[in-house]
Structures are given as structure tokens and as C-alpha cells.
Design a protein around this ligand. Structure first.
Ligand SMILES: C[C@H](O)[C@H](O)[C@H]1CNC2=NC(N)=NC(=O)C2=N1
Length: 115
């Protein structure tokens, strides 16, 4: 089953962060995403390009619906012609498999919407 076909598991505060081995295994599956660390918190982010602000905002709305459906939410930066989506798990201050699943699902909904 691909990452995009998987579902988020209910994330608990004591859930384990992904290991370096898991990052090495899963990051290539979401090759357009980059691994960042902000204040020691690992995050996944990707910038999606659009023709204008309204299209960018519309995509952000689709991501919001996806997030609500899965109970797992990103940070969204909406600018003219682009949206930066950043996934991490607040509860564990780092990356959980859910973040890789949601990044893959974000790619799936972006298909056909972004430039
Ligand atoms: C109560 C609610 O389900 C939790 O706060 C959820 C909401 N969405 C979430 N999203 C993310 N990315 N991390 C979380 O820890 C998280 N927790």
C-alpha cells in the first residue's frame, strides 16, 4: 500500500517519532518534499505553485478539508501564486509516520491543481 493510501493513526503524546531509518525509507517516496528542522523539530515541507492568489487559496482549502478528514493538520503559508505546506506532529514535537502519509495525500490532491 502506498503512503497516500494509508490512514493516519490516532496520534498520542507518547507516540514514537520516526527513526532515521524510517526517514531514509519514506522520504524518497515523497521526493518533492524537503526535510527541515526548526528549533530541533523535524518537519516536512513543500512549495506548490499556482497561477495566482485565488488558485493558491483554493488549494489551501482543499488541504484544509484533507486535514480535517484525517484529524491531522499542517502549517499553510498562502502567497500570491504559491502555497507552502509544512507537516509535523505537534504532540510529539517531531515527525510521525502520519506526516509522511499526509504529505503523500497532499501530493495526490495537488495533482491537476498546481502548475
Ligand atoms: C485534539 C486534536 O485532535 C489534536 O490536537 C490534533 C489536531 N491536529 C494535529 N495536527 C498535527 N500536525 N499534530 C498534532 O499533534 C495534532 N493534534
Amino acid at each position: 500500500m502506498t503512503l497516500a493510501q494509508q490512514v493516519c493513526e490516532a496520534c498520542r503524546a507518547d507516540a514514537p517519532r520516526v527513526t532515521d531509518a524510517e526517514i531514509s525509507e519514506w522520504l524518497p517516496l515523497i521526493a518533492a518534499w524537503q526535510l527541515d528542522a526548526e528549533d530541533g523539530i523535524k518537519k516536512l515541507s513543500r512549495q506548490f505553485k499556482f497561477a495566482n492568489f485565488v488558485d493558491a487559496m483554493s488549494f489551501a482549502g482543499h488541504v484544509a478539508e484533507l486535514a480535517e478528514a484525517h484529524g491531522h493538520h499542517p502549517a499553510l503559508l498562502v502567497e500570491w501564486g504559491k502555497v507552502t505546506v509544512t507537516w509535523w506532529t505537534h504532540k510529539i514535537k517531531g515527525l510521525h509516520k502520519n506526516d509522511f502519509v499526509m504529505a503523500a495525500k497532499t501530493d495526490a490532491i495537488a495533482t491537476g491543481l498546481c502548475q
